[in-house]
Write a protein that binds this ligand. Structure first.
Ligand SMILES: Cc1ncc(C[n+]2csc(CCOP(=O)(O)OP(=O)(O)O)c2C)c(N)n1
Ligand SMILES: [Mg+2]
Length: 577
């Protein structure tokens, strides 16, 4: 059999390091999948929903740093890829999508399942190509692969079935991937940075995902400057653990002294963060420097005194030798003390957890964090799970915390954990799922996990509510609406699907139930935990409009006769408000 365009595709993808392709087959893709079968170098992960496959691929690619393929067939299959590709773009994961396309003779005729991939993928994809002629293959496949890896994001190859099965023109070409270049600001800007730091009285550091490779340098800088180190959610896993300067997280999920430190320093250094909540960042009273690889991030969340384009690691390395050590550590001690006192407040429901029913999610999350292994990877659904992850799951040198932190799609955790499990077999993978999220996407593909025997531990926050939105609605002054639903017993559902199911209703069963789940290695386990839906989590520093909105919502609920649920919420959270 002659080599086809689809053969070239897989040869080049394998050459670039692709080991898995998540997706669902279909007419336009049949020759592509047949070539995958013949190639033998790629594990085809047949999922039940393409979207689940893409969220799995996002975690797989983000955590391993290697490119991952996904596929969906023409029209509706392709459309199911979209949400996950947006997530890949925001989380910066190298995901290469193979989109089935109608036969070339049908392009632009509105025929069955036909659509324009350029228009459709415009927002998500860093590079979209339509293969309409076999002679394009090497150039466009190579560009899609290189763009995805070098720019760290999703690209799309739209492939009509007739082109996929056409005879290849020329040989596959080797993919040469340059190592990530080192990006450093100009000497002039580095001198400005050094002067600003040396002349500042007190300095605070605020870091994001851009500190992934720069933990050592950031801690070195903090030590020299006696600077408290706060972080955005995506910076937590790099900067929190084993860090004597850590002062917690700011923003709606915030805790600790981060907010105060950031807002009261003479100089704030924002390192590798595109933290989107400008209202938590200081105004003109604090001088601000931002360092980021991506020029688009510079100055877009707050005004700056100095913006530098560069890797955090390379930039700090270039200036560290010229930074004068500061001796006064009162500013640091003040915000470390604030962090400690918030930690006590944060522990309230953890310490009282064993005696409170329904189960407090704080207690659940803290117990989970204690029981999980040192190299566990945690994934949180968008929803209250992210709050509990942020506040109660402890990071560590070898732990990873991941979610749809920037795109904020629901239902990411189960597929994220599945993808990570395939990438790192034998490692503990924990998905903290909302009941809304799990029933949106996770449940169908539990079957995939059963077939693959992936030992992912799903912790379900069974609160019969889209709780996060309920909180949002109240914070904005609305009466909660459209947020409630009824659940089955998910442990029974899981068992019926061939997974292990554990139901936890009693607080004193939390520890044993979680231990049993974590010890189960034969396949997926679903721990259905009936948690308190009234566990409202307020940020440590609530912006004025939130307080106003919350008060307004309380007033409206009283007026509309919702006193019952209101009293429950207040009773259970009064110590935090
Ligand atoms: C696909 C999608 N739809 C809607 C939203 C808006 N949203 C954010 S969190 C959330 C509620 C999630 O509910 P659940 O999964 O039950 O978690 P909980 O907050 O109750 O723990 C919703 C509807 C979203 N982010 N993504
Ligand atoms: Mg819920």
């Amino acid at each position: 059999m002659a080599r086809t365009v689809a053969d070239v595709l897989w040869e080049m993808l394998v050459d670039a390091g692709v080991k898995r392709c998540y997706g669902i087959v279909g007419d336009a893709l049949n020759p592509v999948i047949d070539a995958l079968r013949r190639n033998g170098g790629v594990d085809f992960v047949h999922v039940r929903n393409e979207e689940y496959g893409v969220f799995a691929a996002v975690a797989d690619a983000y955590l391993t740093g290697a490119p991952v393929a996904v596929c969906g067939t023409a029209g509706p299959g392709v459309v199911h890829l979209f949400n996950g590709l947006m997530d890949a773009r925001k989380e910066r994961a190298s995901v290469i999508a193979i989109a089935g396309d109608v036969e070339t003779r049908l392009i632009d005729t509105s025929s069955l399942e036909e659509m324009n991939p350029y228009k459709f993928f415009d927002a998500a994809s860093l590079y979209t190509a339509r293969l309409v002629n076999p002679a394009q293959a090497q150039a466009v496949i190579g560009t899609a692969i290189r763009t995805s890896i070098i720019e760290r994001g999703p690209t799309v190859l739209s492939i009509p079935g007739d082109v996929a099965e056409a005879e290849a023109v020329g040989e596959p070409v080797a993919i040469s991937i340059p190592a990530a270049p080192v990006l450093r600001p100009s000497d002039t800007d580095l001198n400005l940075l050094t002067d600003m730091i040396n002349s500042a009285g007190t300095v605070a550091i605020f870091g994001g995902d851009g500190c992934r490779e720069a933990r050592e340098e950031v801690l070195d800088l903090a030590a020299r400057l006696k600077a408290p180190v706060g972080y955005a959610l995506r910076g937590k896993q790099w900067l929190e653990h084993d860090n004597p300067y850590a002062v917690g997280l700011t923003g709606l999920l915030g805790y600790g002294g981060a907010y105060g430190a950031i807002n009261h320093a003479d100089l704030l250094l924002m390192l590798g963060t595109d933290f989107p909540f400008s209202e938590f960042l200081p105004g003109a009273q604090v001088r601000k420097v931002q360092i980021d690889q991506n020029p688009k991030h510079i100055g877009r969340r707050t005004s700056l005194d100095l913006g530098l384009v560069g890797d955090v690691k390379a930039t700090l390395r270039a200036v560290l030798g010229n930074i004068q050590e500061k001796t006064d550590d009162r500013f640091l001690r003040k915000y470390l003390a604030e962090t400690d006192s918030f930690a006590e407040l944060k522990q309230h429901y953890v310490n009282h957890g064993p005696g409170i029913k329904p189960i407090r999610p704080e207690y659940l999350a803290a117990t989970l964090s204690d029981l999980a292994s040192d190299d566990a990877m945690f994934f949180a659904d968008t929803g209250t799970a992210v709050m509990w992850l942020a506040r109660h799951i402890k990071g560590g040198k070898n732990r990873r915390l991941f979610g749809s932190f920037s795109w904020a799609s629901m239902a990411n955790a189960a597929p994220n954990a599945f993808g990570a499990q395939l990438a790192y077999p034998g490692r503990q993978m924990i998905a903290i799922c909302g009941d809304g999220g799990f029933t949106m996407l996770g449940m169908g593909d539990l079957l995939t996990q059963v077939e693959r025997k992936t030992p992912v531990v799903h912790i379900l926050l069974n609160n019969e509510s889209l709780d996060f939105v309920s909180i949002e609605q109240q914070e904005a002054g609305f009466i909660p609406y459209g947020v409630g639903f009824k659940n089955p017993n998910f442990a029974v559902v899981a068992e019926a699907m061939g997974a292990k199911g554990i139901r936890i209703e009693e607080p004193d069963a939390v520890s044993d139930g979680l231990s049993e789940a974590l010890a189960h290695k034969a396949g997926p386990v679903v721990v259905d935990v009936v948690v308190d839906p009234y566990a409202l989590a307020m940020p440590s520093h609530v912006p004025f409009h939130t307080v106003k909105g919350y008060t307004l919502s309380v007033a409206k609920q009283v007026l509309s006769g919702k006193m019952d649920s209101l009293i429950k919420t207040a009773e259970r959270n009064i110590r935090l408000l």
